[in-house]
Structure formats: structure tokens, C-alpha cells
Design a protein around this ligand. Structure first.
Ligand code: PLP
Ligand code: COI
Length: 341
């Protein structure tokens, strides 16, 4: 393993593994050489479609070191399926699922020595960009594309480990457009950036913006939103306006397994105080894992959940998720894909 900073102490996503997998396409069919190559820069045309018209999507999933020393990717097939759906939405050539799956596995197996032990993991970033050199192609799809997988050894996404986060509720500026929120495209993150930075500049304590356009609570800039108490786990029902988190669906399944009543429904802003008094809130995501929310800021109001510390139900759900991810819990849902370690 080459000399690199300790991934547990540097910001998430800033250390890159030695190997990557790439597959270009110039006719809708991706050409993968069947083996990884050294991580490094590549060149694309200054006129590439992705640079001008935003034809770029990505995924985020993790491989986890198991307690028996082996390695497993969490919900590989679900992430592959979501990436293909995102590609179709942007009219990028859709990769064949088996190929994308194999490229991800190859990249993980090649970088196996760089996977940190828990609570660290290997973050996998499949990426797909339109590369056709054509600045007239504003209203036509790219005919050429590049699919590639890069990996990062990572620790916590939120600095400070499992700690109560502060969310600022944004009721006016949407994260993205209602029909596009479910697409994992850089464009959505670009649109959310200015309002996020503006809000954070006004309040240094804010960890994430919770987008609740016109009172419709959807998600934060990097995770889905949940409420919980001893009986119920609640999150917003799916539609095209926000990302259908794989972790979100895992939490719902695990909550049902643990005997919670699961509700997927609109969440009213007016409910928050009641939940703060008698319940908990948390975020879910591949990077965020399951992160407790301690405080929500809405206008001039400060809503503090419980005593502001992580709630028992949040921690229970987190533990059951992490147990499946690290191999200490039974994989009843078939979420782990073992890879060669
Ligand atoms: N919402 C947004 C905007 C995200 O960036 C993420 C992270 O991927 C999520 C939700 C959670 O999705 P997942 O659980 O699939 O990682
Ligand atoms: C993920 O959790 O995979 C994400 O894409 C969040 C990203 C902002 C790091």
C-alpha cells in the first residue's frame, strides 16, 4: 500500500485508492478491458457534453470489512439499479447491469488492502459522464460516454463521529426541481450549494440543510430524513422529488423487522415540536450512515429533540444497520455481496 494520509483523520472522500475501473462507450456499448488500471487523470475534450450540458451521474456505496476479516459490498444490486435509472433519466447510454456490477467488484477487489477496519469502510464512487465533443448538443443526448469507478478509504462523513446534528429548515429555496430530485446527478448538488452555503454562513452550527419547500419536508443535501419514537418510524413517501436512498429503504426494512410501525407519508412542519418532545429525528445515507439529529432551526425557532443527544431508537436502528454491514448480524435480506479479500 502506498503512503497516504490516514482516511480516518482527513475529510471524507479526499484519499483515493490505487486502482480504478474504466469503460468508454462510443456507440452505446461500454468497452471494459476486464481489468482495473492505476488510478490517475484522464483527458476528455474541452467540448465534452458533461462539461457543458451536465450529462453526469454517480453512485455512492460502500464495501465493509467483516468481523471475520472478509469483505462485503452493501446492497450492490440496488445501487447498480439506481445508477442505471439515473443514466436513463439523463439520456446517457445505460450500462448493462452485469457489467457495472463486475466493474464495481473488480475495483473493490483490486483495492482490498486499502479498506480500513470498522468504523472505516471503502466508499465506492461509480461515475458516468457524457464525453461527446459537441457544444451544439444542448438538446440532444451525448453519443459518447465514460463509465468509471473510483474508491476511497473513508471514516465518518460528519466530523466528530456519531453526534447530534443541527439541521436548518429551508422552506423557500428547493434543492432541485420536483421531477429531478430522485436522479443522483451532480446538477442537483450544484443547485443546492449556494443556498446551503448561504444558510451555513448565517449559522456556523448548521450541519445540513433540510429542504422543506413550501412545508414539504423531503431530504437534506446528503441524506434522507426520519422521525422515530418507541413505536413508530416515519419518513416521507417516495416520489420523484428526492433521492430514493438505499439506506432509507434498509432502515424501513430493519424497523419493520424490529417491530416498529413504519409510515411513509408527508411530514408536516407543525409535527416537529411534538416529535422533539416525545421522539427522535435522524438522517440516513451511505456516507451519513444513520446520524442523530439533536436540533432543528426553523425561522427564529429552535427545536431540540429530547435532551439534544442521540435517541435510543436512533441508536438501536443504527446498530442493527451497522451489524448487517459489518457481518456481525444475519443478512436476512440478502444485502451483502461477498468479494475476494
Ligand atoms: N439524499 C441525498 C441528496 C444524498 O446525496 C444521499 C446520499 O447518497 C441520500 C439521500 C442517501 O442515499 P443512500 O442511502 O442511497 O446513500
Ligand atoms: C452518499 O452518501 O453516497 C452521498 O452521495 C453523499 C455525498 C454527498 C458524499
Amino acid at each position: 500500500m502506498s503512503e497516504k494520509p490516514d482516511p480516518m483523520t482527513v475529510p471524507f472522500g479526499t484519499v483515493f485508492c490505487d486502482w480504478m475501473a474504466t469503460a468508454p462507450s462510443d456507440d452505446g456499448v461500454y468497452q471494459y478491458a476486464g481489468k482495473v488500471e492505476p488510478y490517475g487523470d484522464f483527458s476528455i475534450s474541452p467540448a465534452a457534453h458533461a462539461l457543458h450540458y451536465g450529462s453526469a451521474i454517480f453512485e455512492g456505496l460502500k464495501a465493509h470489512r467483516q468481523i471475520d476479516g472478509s469483505l462485503a459490498i452493501f446492497r450492490l444490486d440496488d445501487h447498480v439499479a439506481r445508477m442505471c435509472q439515473s443514466a436513463a433519466q439523463l439520456r446517457l447510454p445505460v450500462p448493462e447491469e452485469g457489467l457495472l456490477r463486475q466493474m464495481i467488484i473488480d475495483s473493490v477487489e483490486a483495492n482490498v488492502e486499502e479498506v480500513p477496519p470498522p468504523p472505516g469502510s471503502l466508499y465506492i464512487r461509480p461515475t458516468l459522464i457524457g464525453t461527446e465533443p459537441n457544444i451544439g448538443a444542448a438538446a440532444t443526448p451525448t453519443s459518447e460516454a465514460l463509465l468509471y469507478i473510483v474508491n476511497c478509504p473513508v471514516g465518518d462523513y460528519f466530523k466528530g463521529g456519531v453526534r447530534p446534528l443541527t439541521l436548518l429548515v429551508e422552506e423557500e429555496i428547493p434543492r432541485t426541481t420536483p421531477q429531478f430530485g430522485m436522479v443522483k446527478s451532480g446538477a442537483n448538488y450544484a443547485m443546492a450549494l449556494a443556498p446551503t452555503l448561504d444558510a451555513m454562513a448565517r449559522n456556523e452550527a448548521v450541519d445540513q440543510i433540510l429542504f422543506a419547500t413550501g412545508g414539504d419536508i423531503t431530504e437534506t443535501g446528503a441524506a434522507n430524513f426520519f422521525l422515530a419514537n418507541d413505536e413508530r418510524v416515519v419518513t416521507r413517501q417516495l416520489d420523484s422529488s428526492f433521492l430514493h436512498g438505499v439506506t432509507r429503504s434498509s432502515v424501513l426494512a430493519l424497523a419493520a423487522d424490529l417491530g416498529y410501525e413504519v409510515e411513509e407519508r408527508p411530514i408536516e412542519l407543525s409535527e416537529l415540536q411534538e416529535w422533539a418532545d416525545n421522539g427522535e429525528a435522524f438522517l440516513s445515507g451511505t456516507a451519513a450512515v444513520l446520524s442523530p439529529v439533536g436540533t432543528m432551526l426553523r425561522g427564529g425557532e429552535e427545536i431540540i429533540f429530547g435532551d439534544g443527544q442521540p435517541g435510543a431508537n436512533t441508536l438501536r436502528l443504527r446498530e442493527s444497520l451497522v451489524a448487517i454491514q459489518n457481518g456481525s448480524g444475519d443478512d436476512d435480506h440478502g444485502w451483502r455481496t461477498a468479494v475476494r479479500s
